[in-house]
Design a binder for this molecule. Structure first.
Ligand SMILES: *Cc1c(COP(=O)(O)O)cnc(C)c1O
Length: 389
């Protein structure tokens, strides 16, 4: 077979006005952050998430670190989270001395399993982190019920979740705090960037101080104090204005980006249904009470041994695909700093070694989408061949 060129796994979105905005931000000389583009980007994020207050940060990682500072975690405090996530979900809390307690995920949504969560709560549990994998919401009502029963906050890691909702409520606006990512690999981006969404009004002032190196500079600008001073823990967690300009341009096109990504997502979903059933491959599951963000399109192959063969098969047909998270509970730092909930994370281990993500970005042409589909459906898994490799 002849490949018609390589389909890249990811191409960061380019927004029409991003160069104009970058130039204008540079020329304004107001480079520190908190300028006009920051305000515009924060307002758009607020509209999309229904969040109480939006603070732009240099990354989702930084937003999670602010969340950990806001929660006043002490050494030995526990934070329950899924193992199937990215390192910063856990490391942000470990930096405060807290112990991540890793729980298993559901085999269909790959989101944190509420029964495992419930069982993992101890008198030392101080927070729950809900990661909306692929921008499909976690079972937030049940998670919130468990959190309320123990008087602890829920932090949403909504790195994948912008534009998604749970029972009509946008993700990011549900937990006490939420972290958003605008890394170049996400749907819209500022090369690197993020936001902390603060949904408890009592936490806004302190979050603002922590983000500004632990100083009350913001109150000084508002004329509330006559000089600004070091008043709390904090770090340099404000998104520079240049990146906010890039982000503002990207967010202006959010609806277009989402429409394009959803078209590709649903074309894959429809085009792969029959093949997946015959090959015992699991396609993404989106429960009926949720709208997803089309952040990823993933497949779970029947056997780990299928994955290398599948990726080679796709590569030979010009399609770059890849795996995803390596479970945290078996990662070196996860073992050193965290604890695995009793019962372990068998579903996470099963899924992590069988999962493949297909190309999904705004630069894909319809012909490339068909190229991906043709490449995928011409693969036979070991199950369908009736023998293990
Ligand atoms: C991308 C990602 C992050 C980190 O985002 P940064 O903005 O790069 O810090 C955190 N959590 C999850 C689930 C992610 O996918």
């Amino acid at each position: 077979m002849t490949a018609t060129g390589t389909v890249p796994f990811h191409v960061p979105h380019t927004a029409g006005r991003q160069f104009e905005y970058l130039r204008s931000a540079l020329e304004s000389g107001d480079l520190d952050g908190n300028g006009a583009y920051s305000a515009r980007a924060a307002e758009r994020i607020q509209q999309l998430t229904g969040a109480g207050h939006v603070l732009l940060t240099p990354s989702c990682t930084a937003a999670l670190e602010i969340a950990a500072l806001l929660l006043d975690l002490a050494p030995g405090d526990e934070v329950v989270m899924p193992s199937f996530t990215f390192a910063p979900t856990a490391s942000a809390f470990v930096l405060r001395g807290a112990v991540p307690v890793f729980v298993d995920c559901h085999p269909d949504t790959l989101n944190l399993d509420e029964k495992a969560l419930q069982a993992a709560i101890t008198p030392r549990t101080r927070a729950i982190v809900a990661v909306h994998y692929a921008g499909v919401a976690c079972e937030m009502d049940e998670i919130q019920r468990i959190a309320d029963a123990h008087g602890i906050p829920v932090v949403e890691d909504s790195a994948h979740g912008l534009g998604a909702s749970y029972r009509g409520r946008p993700l990011g606006g549900i937990g006490t705090l939420a972290a958003q990512s605008f890394h170049a690999t996400k749907n819209v981006h500022s090369a690197k960037g993020g936001a902390l969404l603060v949904n408890d009004a009592n936490l806004v002032d302190r979050a603002t101080i922590i983000r500004d190196r632990g100083t009350n500079r913001h109150q000084y600008f508002l004329g509330q104090v006559d000089k600004y001073r070091w008043v709390d823990l904090g770090s340099s967690y404000i998104l520079p204005e240049l990146l906010a300009a890039l982000l503002a341009a990207q967010l202006e096109e959010f609806d277009t980006v989402q429409r394009r990504r959803r078209e590709v997502w649903y074309r894959y979903h429809e085009g792969l249904a029959e093949w997946a059933a015959a090959q015992r491959v699991l396609l993404p599951v989106v429960p009926a009470d949720r709208v997803h963000s089309a952040h990823l399109y993933h497949l779970v192959l029947p056997e780990p041994g299928d994955r290398a063969a599948f990726l080679d098969h796709l590569r030979a047909r010009g399609v770059n695909a890849t795996f995803h998270f390596v479970p945290l509970h078996t990662s070196p730092a996860g073992v050193r700093y965290g604890r695995t909930a009793s019962g372990g994370c068998p579903v996470t281990e099963h899924v992590a070694e069988r999962l493949v993500r297909l190309p999904l970005h705004t630069e894909l042409t319809p012909a490339q989408v068909e190229q991906v589909l043709d490449a995928v459906v011409s693969f036979r898994t070991s199950e369908s061949r009736g023998s293990l490799p």
